[in-house]
Design a binder for this molecule. Structure first.
Ligand code: 8DG
Ligand code: MG
Ligand code: MG
Length: 144
């Protein structure tokens, strides 16, 4: 097989929940440029899903999180992007450790900034995979 042939990759994304609001940021990327997406990134060798969620949220927003939980796993094939890609994406939820602390834009080359949005009033355009989950009726909140 061609060493440069594309392969599926694993990513972990986090629904950071504050009441009925989630944290989203507008991407600067060759995949989903200028769409609103969750914090998250690539699973590193040896990491658990929880460890990856904690690390990516810290790297991208500066926030510490707690109650980090697995929700589900999805298959996301994005062939019509400037850089075609295929991700097996693990969805996690968590809460900010300190609900008063504001997120910081730690990677301004990758994101325009982080904002809280109410689930019933999400911004547009959403990043393709996230839009699909929302359209399917998915909700990230824990069972009450
Ligand atoms: P890293 O170098 O920090 O590991 O990666 P990253 O630069 O933070 O990666 P990313 O693009 O933010 O996330 C990896 C992939 O995860 C992304 O290209 C596609 C997939 N993904 C989804 N949904 C979402 C989402 O809502 N947010 C983010 N960030 N990634 C998502 O399928
Ligand atoms: Mg990242
Ligand atoms: Mg990221």
């Amino acid at each position: 097989q061609d060493a440069a042939a594309p392969v599926p990759r694993v990513s972990v994304v986090v629904f950071l929940l504050k009441g009925r609001s989630v944290l989203l940021g507008r991407r600067r990327s060759s995949v989903g440029n200028s769409t609103y997406a969750l914090p998250g990134g690539h699973l590193e060798f040896g990491e658990s899903f929880e460890e990856c969620a904690i690390r990516e949220v810290k790297e991208e927003t500066g926030l510490e999180i707690r109650k980090t939980e697995f929700i589900m796993v999805t298959n996301n094939v994005m062939l019509n992007e400037p850089k075609p890609c295929h991700y097996v994406t693990v969805l996690m939820r968590a809460e900010p450790a300190d609900p008063e602390e504001e997120p910081k834009n730690m990677e301004p080359n990758k994101c325009d900034g982080w904002e809280w949005f109410e689930w019933g009033n999400l911004p547009k355009p959403l990043f393709g995979p996230l839009e699909k989950w929302v359209n399917e009726g998915f909700k990230p909140f824990p069972p009450t």
